[in-house]
Design a protein around this ligand. Sequence first.
Ligand SMILES: Cc1cc2nc3c(=O)[nH]c(=O)nc-3n(C[C@H](O)[C@H](O)[C@H](O)COP(=O)(O)OP(=O)(O)OC[C@H]3O[C@@H](n4cnc5c(N)ncnc54)[C@H](O)[C@@H]3O)c2cc1C
Length: 477
Amino acid sequence: MAVIKTRDATDAADFDDAVWGRHIFNRRRDTSRVPFAVCEAETAADVVACVEFAKKHNTRVSVRSGGHSWAAWSVRHGAVLVDLIYLDQKEGEWGGEFSYDPTTKIVSAPPSASGRELNDFLAEKVDAEDGRPRWFPGGHCPDVALGGFLLQGGMGWNCKNWGWACEAIVGIDVVTADAKQLHCSATTNPDLFWAARGAGPGFPAIVTRFHLQTRPLDTLYQSLYFFLLSDFQAVLRWVSAAALSADPLTEIVVVTSHFAIDEFESPMVLANFLTFQPTHEAAQIALAALIDTIPDTVTPIMTIDCEETDLDTQYAMQTQANPEDHRYCVDNVYVSNEVADLPALLEPAFTSLPSKQSAALWFAMNPTSRRQLPDMALSLQSDYYVSLYAVWEDEAEDESCVGWVRNSMKTLERSSVGSYLGDADFQARRTKFWSEGAGKRLKEVRKKWDPEGRICGYLDEGDRSGVEGLRNEFEWK
Ligand SMILES: Cc1cc2nc3c(=O)[nH]c(=O)nc-3n(C[C@H](O)[C@H](O)[C@H](O)COP(=O)(O)OP(=O)(O)OC[C@H]3O[C@@H](n4cnc5c(N)ncnc54)[C@H](O)[C@@H]3O)c2cc1C
């Protein structure tokens, strides 16, 4: 049985290290939140013991899988923090124990496994019929864990076409708020299964295992087109139109940031096309269809055309864009499909980055955004996903960096239909995360499975939301 370390009976430095030390990504932290206890659970039985312990002490339970929540949702004042980082891990191995069934092509993984760890495991599972390795399109950043990522929906690789990562969940094992171990699927405890696909940090149980449908991995090819920042509107107008009829194996992103290219010191606009194709020829056709429509009014500063790449290289690029040991402030919107002039709306935020490492991202979501979603809690989306990432090192820059995100959101949210849980901070502002119907149903499911609010849920202003959860409404309306 793993040790439950209480704050009062543990050396202060040890306790602080267990709470914040290794497993919280964001260096901008609210250390006034001090848990009652922390436990690095190694088995589902440990998780049960933690919930029993919290019941006995009449405290709440908070959960951590990979610690990549931007607002450190796992660290809650007075709660028992159940850290799943070592759950089911074989001795000496980082990332937990996986199992794969070649007949169903379903992989089982602990929630603390990262996308990279899962895909490293799957790389060896070459399909006997088609000769391709299997994979799971998890988070773009390699170290994001399955737990937080999947519960909030999961904007994984090529989400634009393949849909939300949580659509590939076929089952979960959980420990409930009253410390029972259950399996959930479309036919067993279906309401918890429904909530596990989109409730995010308000899921009213603790997931100890995910069972996921994998998919075949083709070869990756990428075209990168860099432009001057002054071309932002023209580039976004071009890409957002071209994305509508693009090849269904291609992910499309426009980012503004400082890129390490030759002599260019100033921020640039990058149109990034990543395609998963069986052959180089197929990739050339898919990417050329996009590039062919570049308007005459803009000229790229630098281009990379249909270059073969791989997951490791993509993960390395993501790690470079999201450096460790930095301070982050992040927020996002789903811009309404009816917006009159998307490039004009986004230009002020995308061209006023507050630091060298900061970035503004536009992610094409159509046709996924136009599909009827499966019956699950995740129920809100639009054609245009926009997220702002302020990234910096020096605390002295907190005000300007946080200010850029907050002020930009004041404008953007009025043209939005809501936001994605994964890049949100409920303490900063209220917005919508689910359709009206799904929001109401989620409230009922949460009350049924956790009537006492044992599991911390959504960290809103003052950590008050409890059993009621989020209001699922715009603050400004
Ligand atoms: C660098 C970086 C890149 C990212 N890239 C992407 C991306 O490409 N796509 C995307 O969709 N998101 C992305 N995100 C957002 C990320 O998916 C979320 O922050 C997610 O919550 C992280 O999951 P985690 O388990 O690592 O975090 P944690 O902080 O451990 O978990 C967040 C919260 O989720 C809940 N939770 C986690 N595990 C469990 C569990 N087992 N049972 C019950 N509740 C649980 C808890 O409330 C917990 O506090 C990124 C974040 C970072 C920092």
